[in-house]
Design a protein around this ligand. Structure first.
Ligand SMILES: O=C(O)CCC(=O)C(=O)O
Ligand SMILES: [Fe+2]
Length: 375
């Protein structure tokens, strides 16, 4: 346990605060770098590289996306929220339902979420703003937000949501083409104002454990092994700590944060729609490496998820998906037709992360405890 009292806890963009670089002696997994400008311009070579990234690892860097200023604003918004007294923040706690919008605090006394297969909770804080609430603001679709968040809604959050949607919609258009689906198929499943679990998120994990390299004890993991519940994630990291489990590997590999490069990944819903052609890959977050572990770790993300009423199923209209399904055993194929809507899928996955259910599932089925833990 570390107490880094002299380090400014919250202001990730604080002028003069220089974060230590990612140490050289921590091996990282190379992600393909995709240029958003080239993707938008229809550059064939770039699209092929992008398709390779999306189908093989399911993670890639995206540069030239134009969101950096807005991302800085989102970090500041998160810092303003997290700086409020805990008592004030707790008034904005997310509800008990399946929706995860609002403030989330996972800590020892009151934590409700497991961070690993042993059920240890941590003290990660989240601010989750629903896509639909941002787009409808000041009308309320799901819930209301604290005044410090409302104060940033028009200047920062709404433009960040618009920008993230633009980028992820462009990516979905490319997937339509690559999968041989009519243009707009995936966009229709993610209609912007359909009620969904899509959100803009700021995540803070305070410094807690020193990370000197090598395997990380399971009880020191900040966000346990999981795949994302939705379709696409547009993630912005400053410090290291994100790790991926590459296909066929038993070891976790760090993803190097690169300035100006977002980290994008595929989630379960696109994995299902594509019959597994697009890869929803396992990842987790551990304390930042070396000297970085003395600093709070912040992330900003936008998660796009299908509408809650969308039925999850492999899109057999696509010849590529049909071909992938034809190579599967009937049992494997059945996994791509789970007979649930996105809303039911989210509820099921969230049930999995409550401590109560986590413990129950550890006892009943050790393998399912290696399932996924995010929000
Ligand atoms: O903070 C990060 O780098 C990743 C967070 C994550 O995987 C998630 O919230 O689903
Ligand atoms: Fe994730």
């Amino acid at each position: 346990m570390l107490g880094f009292h002299n380090i400014q806890e919250s202001s990730v963009n604080m002028p003069g605060l220089t974060l230590p670089p990612f140490p050289d002696n921590f091996p990282t997994h190379p992600l393909l770098v995709i240029d958003y400008g080239l993707l938008k311009a229809g550059d064939i070579k770039e699209i092929d590289k992008f398709w390779k990234a999306a189908t093989e690892l399911g993670f890639w860097y995206l540069k030239n996306h134009g969101a950096d200023e807005l991302v800085n604003g989102m970090f500041d918004t998160g810092a303003e929220m997290m700086d409020l007294p805990l008592e004030e923040k707790m008034k904005w706690l997310r509800g008990d339902g399946t929706e995860s919008f609002g403030y989330i605090f996972r800590c020892k006394p009151i934590g409700a979420y497991a961070t690993n297969e042993y059920g240890n909770p941590d003290n990660t804080e989240y601010l989750n703003v629903s896509r639909e609430d941002a787009l409808a603001y000041p009308e309320v679709v799901h819930r209301t937000y604290p005044p410090v968040v409302n104060a940033r809604m028009e200047s920062t959050i709404i433009p960040f949501v618009h920008k993230s949607i633009e980028v992820l919609d462009a990516i979905m258009t490319i997937f339509d083409r690559k999968l041989g689906l009519p243009e707009g198929t995936l966009a229709d499943l993610h209609a912007h104002m359909d009620r969904s679990g899509s959100d803009a998120r700021v995540i803070k994990s305070p410094p807690k454990y020193r990370n000197d390299g090598g395997p990380v004890d399971k009880d020191k993991v900040s966000i346990g092994a999981h795949t994302d519940f939705g379709s696409l994630t547009f993630l912005h990291n400053r410090l290291g700590g994100l790790q991926v489990l590459p296909p066929g590997s038993e070891d976790w590999h760090y993803v190097l944060p690169v300035p100006g490069h977002a980290i994008c990944n595929i989630g379960d819903s696109l994995g299902l729609f594509s019959g597994g052609v697009l890869r929803s890959n396992m990842h987790r977050v551990v304390p930042p490496p070396g000297p970085q572990s003395a600093y709070p770790r912040w992330s900003v993300a936008f998660f796009t998820r299908p509408g809650n009423d969308v039925k999850l199923r492999a899109l057999e209209e696509s010849p590529i998906v049909r071909e992938a399904l034809s190579r599967m055993s009937p049992e494997q194929r059945a996994k791509y037709f789970p007979n649930v809507t996105q809303g039911q899928w989210l509820a099921r996955r969230r049930d999995n992360v409550t401590l109560k259910n986590r413990k129950a599932s550890i006892h009943s089925n050790i393998k399912s405890s290696l399932d996924n833990f995010a929000l």
